[in-house]
Design a protein around this ligand. Structure first.
Ligand code: BGC
Length: 749
């Protein structure tokens, strides 16, 4: 951060406390010569309210480009594109007078029912972290601050302001904090937003371990910690824990509590000064960056940003299935007599509900866009489902089915309606409405060339759709230009290259958190531990409807010549476009540790990259793997470690389409836990330096060990060394035990 000003010490305690809370819903206090700044949602568009304010997406806001929400952006697997979207968001924020844009959301999609999954990137921490960092770089490159949220372990909406996410240390580090850590270390967001929930019993806003020890101490964060709107319950405890800015305004109430606590000696005055300095530093940085980055006019940005929103949306579309008819794939469509079915064709579901809700500058209607690309052929629309309560559903469906039968192909829009998922509440199931499935079956029965286009914020169950529909495009939520993007993919102007950022399970009951979602009695038990998303389905060898990373193309790619340098390691693979059209391939690198000493998933994503190739072209793609992406959290020492030995590196087109494999040997670096009275004999005997000394002390020469018999040794393995006092018949005294432990620790290199 730029000079943190050091203005705050010259301010009175009351002024310092005032800097630590909002002046209004969206602004901070102006104090002395420190200016007020504007913070606004985020993440996929600027929600700048000039009239009534709210954080629920209820009131109006200025028109701004509605880019694809994170659920779709992540399907691009393209950090460069995400950075360009971030830059466009930053420019619009500047044009609308916003200093901090409240995003990105990098919480892990632990369960498909979370109502806010549309605002998050993925079930995988690496993909979430890389895309989140790109978003931050883009926004901040325009002189606007980002706010990395919701820190942390906020993975459901149910009881979100109270429930405790109860997670073990390893799972926290490897899954739930990992994307945050990546973004903080790689992109240095100006602010981090703490979440509403508790973590292992302590509110995020009052969590010293989270906000100070980990965020600042370990990761080096030097910006402002802002609360989620309404997340502060006890401002004094929050300031003591490392919260700098309470939002929105608490009407001066929290400020008075801070002043009183300092006066009474219950809060260290330096904590208030530090928080005030950071907020002052943020305000100065925001104003300096605004003037340095030039002037933006929202009117002048609108056209280009709509085109960028369309490009991003088209790249986000995932081709889930594309069967052959008469020897040719159904997609892309040639202009023909089309039946376009479903209410979403006219009223697209394009974003989620709640605080992120953007007032789009315009909205592409899929039906219009399809017509515009269908030459002089007719594209007739049929609702297929009742759009008002007076309609007879049988009749509406029959008309659509008749239309489909008479057409040369049908495009059927299915998905979740806006009221089924939103910030603030979770879904209870993942099913599509039964009426939609009945419509699908009836249409497919009469029209063999049926293409399903899906709209949804969270994952929906697709086994029925996959069984009946011969072609499926998954658009998730595509933002304001999604209509044009879908039409571009349908007719082949864009060759789809999106990949799922989340597994589509066969049934809700298969999901990792099925038995532990949402919270009960104020606690959410993260019982599946590190086995989240594909890590779980692979470990349990469960069938899935579509795996993580899946997505087809109108062309075909072949991988060859895999090389892995142990230096790095770095993966090199030759990718060839062996199909009929130009296209982009996303190459995914998964790593396994077959002989791991800890319980790990069968494989995890350790890198990815993409390249665009003309038909017949081939090129080498290089994908670096960071050592941190091989690491695990060693709980006894409380540090990251890398297991030594062989790792299998697999390259493929999805987590279940792994095409090439290689082995790389990695030098290990496992932090060693100090032997304590609780260390077991087995743990000590596993250490080559300590084992002989232990044998010696136990009166058994190391070379005699086999004589003890494997069964006896195995029985002894689980005995904590302190029990030798009781079990040695007085030979090992407590004093001797401590001497022995000191010697065992000293003998290790
Ligand atoms: C949401 C945040 C949002 C804030 C301001 C809260 O309800 O959880 O994501 O940034 O409101 O609208």
């Amino acid at each position: 951060m730029t000079d943190p000003l050091a203005h705050a010490p010259t301010l009175t305690l009351t002024q310092q406390a005032a800097l630590g809370s909002g002046a209004s819903f969206w602004t901070t206090e102006a104090v002395g010569h420190i200016p007020s700044i504007v913070l606004t949602d985020g993440p996929h568009g600027v929600r700048r309210q000039s009239g009534a304010s709210d954080h629920l997406g209820v009131g109006g806001s200025e028109p701004a480009t509605c880019f694809p929400p994170a659920v779709a952006l992540s399907q691009t697997w393209d950090p460069d594109l995400v950075e360009r979207v971030g830059a466009a968001l930053g420019a619009e924020a500047r044009a609308l007078g916003v200093h901090v844009l409240l995003g990105p959301g990098v919480n892990i999609k632990r369960d498909p029912r979370c109502g806010r999954n549309f605002e998050y990137f993925s079930e995988d921490p690496l993909l979430s972290g890389v895309l989140g960092a790109a978003w931050v770089r883009g926004v901040q490159g325009r002189g606007v601050g980002a706010s990395l949220k919701h820190f942390a372990v906020n993975n459901s909406e149910h009881d979100r302001m109270r429930a405790s996410s109860d997670v073990d240390a390893r799972t926290l580090r490897e899954i739930y904090l990992r994307a945050f850590e990546h973004v903080v270390r790689e992109a240095a967001p100006w602010t981090v937003m703490c979440s509403n929930n508790r973590i292992n019993g302590v509110y995020a806003s009052e969590n010293t371990w989270l906000l100070t020890d980990v965020l600042r101490g370990e990761w080096g964060f030097d910006g402002v910690v802002v609360s989620d709107w309404g997340a502060v319950r006890d401002r004094v405890a929050a300031v003591a824990a490392g919260l700098d800015l309470e939002m929105p305004s608490s009407g001066g109430f929290g400020d008075a509590e801070v002043v009183a606590a300092v006066t009474a000696g219950a809060l260290d005055a330096r904590a208030v000064t530090t928080a005030a300095e950071r907020v002052a530093g943020l305000a100065v940085r925001a104003y300096e960056s605004h003037s340095a980055a030039g002037h933006f006019d929202i009117g002048e940005l609108t056209e280009a940003h709509h085109r960028l929103a369309c490009e991003a949306a088209a790249q986000a579309v995932v081709l889930l299935k594309n069967d052959l008819r008469d020897g040719e794939p159904i997609l892309p469509l040639a202009p023909s007599r089309l039946a376009v079915i479903g209410p979403f064709a006219e009223e697209p579901r394009h974003q989620g509900g709640g605080s992120s809700h953007v007032n789009p500058t315009r909205l592409d209607i899929p039906l219009d866009e399809i017509r515009a690309r269908n030459g002089d052929q007719a594209a007739t629309h049929f609702p297929g489902l009742p759009t008002d309560s007076g309609q007879d559903s049988e009749q509406v469906r029959a008309e659509a089915v008749r239309g489909a039968a008479e057409a040369e192909a049908a495009v059927l829009f299915l998905g979740l309606t806006a009221d089924e998922e939103s910030e603030g509440y979770d879904r209870e199931h993942i099913d599509l409405p039964q009426a939609q499935l009945a419509l699908l079956r009836a249409v497919v029965e009469v029209q063999p060339r049926t293409v399903v286009v899906l709209s949804h914020g969270g994952v929906v169950r697709l086994d029925e759709v996959a069984k009946h529909a011969p072609a499926i495009l998954d658009g998730a939520l595509l933002g304001q230009a999604g209509g044009g993007a879908v039409a571009d993919v349908l007719f082949g102007a864009v060759n789809p290259s999106g990949r799922l950022a989340e597994t589509v399970p066969v049934r809700l009951q298969d999901c990792p958190a099925f038995l532990n979602f949402p919270s009960e009695n104020g606690h959410t038990v993260y019982g599946e531990r590190v086995f989240v998303g594909y890590r779980w389905y692979d470990a349990r060898a469960l069938e899935v409807t579509f795996p993580f990373g899946h997505g087809l193309s109108y062309t075909a790619f072949a991988f060859s010549d895999l090389e892995v340098d142990s230096d790095g390691p770095t993966v090199r693979v030759v990718v060839a476009n062996v199909g009929p059209r130009a296209g982009r391939e996303v190459v995914q690198v998964y790593v396994s540790k077959p002989d791991s000493q800890i319980s790990r998933p069968p494989r995890w994503l350790a890198g990815f990259g993409s390249l665009s190739l003309e038909s017949g072209e081939r090129r080498t793609l290089e994908i670096p793997i960071r050592r941190t992406d091989l690491a695990f959290w060693e709980i006894r020492s409380g540090q990251w470690g890398v297991e030594p030995g062989d790792y299998t590196v697999s390259v493929g087109a999805s987590s279940r389409d792994l095409r090439l494999h290689a082995t790389v040997t990695v030098e290990g670096d496992v932090p060693r836990a100090v032997f304590t009275r609780e260390s077991t004999l087995g743990e000590i005997l596993a250490d080559p330096a300590a084992a002989p000394l232990l044998f010696e002390t136990l009166g058994t020469a190391a070379q005699d060990a086999p004589a003890m018999g494997t069964d006896l040794l195995r029985m002894l393995e689980s005995v904590p060394i302190e029990r030798m006092v009781a079990l040695s018949g007085g030979k090992v005294t407590p004093e001797r035990l401590d001497d022995l432990l000191a010697a065992l620790n000293a003998v290790r290199p």
